[in-house]
Design a protein. Structure first.
Length: 234
């Protein structure tokens, strides 16, 4: 039996990534507020901890370990490559597909406005990561692994851009929650056309991927980068 007691949702999601399927089902925030203890996170989402715990063990028991490989032990460079190749690429591609679909079939201006706000936040956010934060972490990781002297960053410490990125993650998370709320958890209206069905399905998938994306950065990449910098500069 998978043990959840005494752990935060962050620790659970990192130990066994398949558990995020259950967190998504119960609307438990494991990405922006991953340091919340399991029982507290369940109750905040209106779920019984014992019920969620049981569902987690059901999912893990039926998976045979498939798709449950943790990224916790890979290098920071490989982790950044994974985030870029899997999540940054997907985010940009899906925004390009969702934007015209939203304009075509969405009947609620509020949903369009929220989605536009998400898009407007994400592109400059990813650019800051790709141009400033990630290159510094990659250089730090390379110099540490090859016993070279680290270069002092112009922003003082990696904690400063990380704090900004984490705040922006929370803003996007709030917007996603609003989108889900006004769509009644992406419940389709009667007689929804194929385009409307596709919009809601893709928005739900877009949200799930962003949760995974933010989880990997907030709960794995950022803490490891802070720890590596601390070791590098003594």
């Amino acid at each position: 039996m998978f043990v959840v007691q005494g752990k935060t949702v962050r620790e659970i999601a990192l130990e066994s990534p398949l558990t995020t399927r259950v967190f998504e089902e119960y609307k438990i925030d494991y990405c922006c507020h991953g340091d919340t203890p399991f029982d507290e996170a369940c109750r905040s989402a209106g779920a019984l901890p014992e019920e969620v715990n049981g569902k987690i063990n059901d999912v893990l028991g039926s998976s045979n370990g498939i798709e449950d490989e943790s990224l916790s032990d890979i290098s920071l460079s490989d982790l950044i490559d994974h985030i870029l190749d899997k999540h940054h690429v997907y985010t940009r591609e899906e925004i390009a597909h969702l934007t015209p679909l939203m304009a075509k079939v969405a009947t609620r201006h509020e949903l369009k406005d929220l989605f536009e706000a998400v898009c407007n936040d994400l592109e400059p956010h990813m650019q800051k990561e790709e141009r400033v934060l990630f290159p510094y972490i990659l250089d730090l990781d390379h110099r540490h692994s090859s016993n070279q002297t680290p270069v002092f960053p112009p922003f003082g410490t990696v904690k400063h851009p990380i704090r900004m990125m984490a705040a922006e993650h929370e803003e996007v998370g709030d917007l996603l929650s609003e989108m889900r709320q006004i769509t009644n958890d992406y419940k389709l209206p009667n007689g929804a056309c194929p385009s409307f069905t596709a919009l809601y399905h893709r928005l739900a998938e877009f949200e799930r991927d962003l949760h995974q994306h933010i989880h990997l950065e907030n709960n794995l990449l950022f803490p490891r980068a802070i720890d590596l910098e601390r070791k590098a500069f003594g």
